[in-house]
Design a protein around this ligand. Structure first.
Ligand code: HEM
Length: 223
């Protein structure tokens, strides 16, 4: 039977930021929905034909989202500071500790991400590199951090469109900034669904490392 040993995987600061981000993002999305309900303009459609409206009436009714505009704004503009602060701490720690080296994609990441996707679909049977993060993870995690920056910038532009008129202009104007802010949120929901599916698929050892910091590995597999 192979001997197992504990190997450090995720530093404490990264785990704290990761788990603090989860409820913060949930509050930001929930309060964002309270605000969005008051002027729900977006849809997916062709010309004047609407395929899907964000969101159908039943969605607001079922989740009790109606009539909370002022409350939504209060929560959103309070918790955004914590969302931003936690994001800054995570980014600075990742840069200063050198953890960015595992996270930021390199010139092999895109090809590797395709192999990972093919592997997930059982269309590729080869071995993937046994690193902390493979190409698909590097691209996904770096993208979500950039999306966080995008949410802050687009959010600032629509929060204070007079003071940050220059920012709104850079982002394509107030309406464009609002549109970008909304679609970034849809992006988080899509990321979250895939992230959770991958975490479940990767198993307990991987999840435990994001909680306790250590994973169990076979002694021989130590790099
Ligand atoms: C219940 C919710 C969540 C669970 C169970 C979870 C679980 C995990 C686990 C197990 C890892 C390590 C994955 C690996 O080794 O590849 C991870 C990493 C990561 N997750 Fe989550 N996650 C959750 C929510 C989120 C959310 C909401 C975001 C951001 C929107 C997020 C962003 C990230 C990022 C950026 C990493 C890489 C962190 C690093 O090492 O620098 N996660 N997550």
């Amino acid at each position: 039977m192979p001997r197992l040993e504990m190997r450090a995987k995720h530093p404490l600061a990264i785990r704290w930021c990761h788990w603090i981000n989860f409820p913060l993002l949930a509050v930001m999305i929930w309060s964002g929905l309270w605000i969005y309900w008051a002027n729900d303009v977006y849809r997916i459609g062709v010309g004047s034909h609407t395929l899907f409206k964000f969101f159908p009436e039943g969605f607001y009714t079922a989740l009790g989202l109606k009539g909370h505009l002022a409350e939504g704004m209060a929560w959103h503009f309070f918790f955004m500071w914590f969302f931003a602060l936690n994001g800054f701490v995570y980014v600075f720690y990742t840069i200063l500790s050198g953890e960015w080296r595992y996270l930021v994609p390199n010139r092999h990441s895109f090809r590797e991400a395709i192999l990972v996707a093919l592997g997930d679909l059982h269309l590729y049977k080869g071995r993937l590199p046994a690193r902390k993060f493979n190409g698909a993870q590097q691209i996904a995690y770096t993208s979500i951090i950039l999306m966080g920056c995008g949410s802050l910038l687009t959010g600032l532009a629509i929060y204070k469109p007079t003071q940050f008129a220059w920012l709104a202009k850079v982002l394509g104007g107030y309406q464009a900034a609002r549109f970008e802010h909304f679609w970034l949120t849809i992006g988080y929901v899509a990321f979250f669904a895939i992230h959770i599916a991958q975490v479940v698929r990767a198993g307990w050892n991987n999840f435990r490392a994001m909680v306790g910091g250590y994973e169990l590995v076979e002694e021989s597999s130590r790099e």
